[in-house]
Design a protein around this ligand. Structure first.
Ligand code: SAM
Length: 222
């Protein structure tokens, strides 16, 4: 249950030195220093973070994962990469948490530049749609955490879920779709189907994918 993992009471209480020890000494105060800018929600085994770490070496990123063992695996994976590649992979970390409850505990208003929802669990049955990580209500929270101009990336191999995520984003007043040209120009879009373990599995099986990539615009709530 949730009581098994600690939750920071506010974004200012997130323990940056423990996540990024080479970047923050324990005496550093987080205020005014670098903050986490990318969040991979339901990061699974961490493949996306690992690809992004070297593509954006100056950006702090975090994976949020509900499963304890998976989170521990990602931690070990990052530590091994740091040891094997001195100076690299210092900008990525992972935390075990329930992203559907605790996003506001981790990120301030407008803090994030990118949020990722790659191959989320489908929750097929109508009565379980409330468990989906993209929903009209949760998009309000994501819009709050994202900077204006920030981007939300979603992809799935489940057609119905792909349509659901797209329609939630399309209906939301604070998101607009990237144009075809913008999608082509964004190097991160290519990683959606190739960088994660789930994406690689789908590709191996020749499965189709459905993506929705939207930008946070300034809407009624500023
Ligand atoms: N994004 C990864 C990928 O593409 O390989 C993992 C995809 S996997 C199908 C979905 C992941 O989301 C699982 O690892 C699951 O534990 C995690 N998850 C589900 N609900 C979550 C929640 N509320 N908070 C954090 N992680 C969650």
């Amino acid at each position: 249950s949730d009581s098994h993992f600690p939750v920071p009471i506010a974004p200012s209480q997130v323990d940056y030195p423990s996540h990024y020890p080479e970047i923050f000494s324990p005496l550093d105060r987080v205020d005014g220093l670098r903050k986490i800018e990318f969040a991979d929600i339901g990061c699974g085994f961490g493949g996306l973070l690992i690809s992004l770490a070297t593509l954006f070496p100056e950006t702090l990123m975090i994976g949020m994962e509900l499963r304890d063992k998976v989170t521990e695996y990602v931690k070990e994976r990052i530590l091994a990469l740091r040891t094997g590649n001195p100076g690299q992979y210092q900008n990525i970390s992972v935390v075990r948490t329930n992203s559907m409850k605790y996003i506001p505990n981790y990120f301030e208003k407008g803090q994030l530049k990118k949020m990722f929802f790659l191959f989320p669990d489908p929750h097929f049955k109508e009565k379980n749609h409330r468990r989906r990580v993209i929903s009209p209500h949760l998009l309000d929270e994501y819009a709050y955490a994202l900077a204006v101009g920030g981007i939300i990336y979603t992809i799935t191999d489940v057609e119905e879920l792909g349509e659901w995520m797209k329609s939630c984003l399309e209906s939301h007043p604070m998101f607009e779709a990237l144009t075809v040209q913008e999608l082509e120009d964004d190097p991160v879009v290519k990683l959606l189907s190739t960088a994660t373990e789930e994406g690689q599995k789908v590709a191996r099986n020749g499965g189709q994918t459905y993506q929705a990539v939207y930008r946070r615009i300034s809407g009624p709530i500023h």
